[in-house]
Design a protein around this ligand. Structure first.
Ligand SMILES: [Fe+2]
Ligand SMILES: [Fe+2]
Length: 178
């Protein structure tokens, strides 16, 4: 008999159904499998109701603007590059970074995200890969710093999870950069 499981990601809160073992990454936010739990065993009480210190609030707000900027950049580059690999790569990165923005929106208890200002990108695939690499490096550095500055286990957990996800993104550009 096929076993069908509902997995919940503790980082983004999204659920999905599989007939396989636990996936290695959350398909929405990219969080590692250590954050994926069987929905029957998960209680999300308090996950989205976090008291933020001034410092955490400032860092989470900065995280939100980093994700908005990167999502808009990837959306732009997905449309501009002519290579199919580039279109697919930047489109999925735009989706993942949008999901990260949604996580910060929920933590900040905002009604909606302001998708602005617009970001520029190039039609040249290599130029956008270079930009992507620099953006992911900055995000990793900032999130690692923000994680170390937080006393909230929940906020720290998300910052740490995103360091890992953005590190995956770094590898995607590294194997394509010439
Ligand atoms: Fe997730
Ligand atoms: Fe991100």
């Amino acid at each position: 008999m096929t076993i069908v499981t509902v997995w919940v990601c503790k980082i983004c809160g999204e659920a999905y159904i599989t007939t396989t073992d636990k996936p290695k990454r959350c398909p929405f936010c990219g969080a590692y499998d250590k954050y994926l739990v069987d929905s029957k065993e998960y209680d999300d009480t308090g996950a989205w109701d976090v008291d933020l210190t001034e410092k955490d609030k400032a860092n989470v707000e900065k995280g939100l603007s980093v994700e908005i900027s990167n999502a808009l950049f990837y959306k732009c580059s997905a449309k501009k590059v002519s290579e199919l690999d580039g279109q697919k790569l930047f489109k999925i990165l735009a989706k993942v970074e949008s999901e990260h923005a949604s996580v910060w929106k929920k933590i900040l208890k905002l009604d909606k995200i302001k998708w602005e200002p617009a970001e520029n990108c190039e039609a040249d695939y290599q130029a956008d890969l270079k930009d992507s690499h620099a953006r992911e490096e900055r995000a990793i550095k900032f999130y690692a710093q923000a994680a170390s500055e937080s006393d909230s286990p929940r906020v720290k957990e998300i910052f740490e999870a995103f360091v890992e996800v953005e590190t995956d993104h770094l590898k995607l550009s590294e194997v394509r950069l010439k």
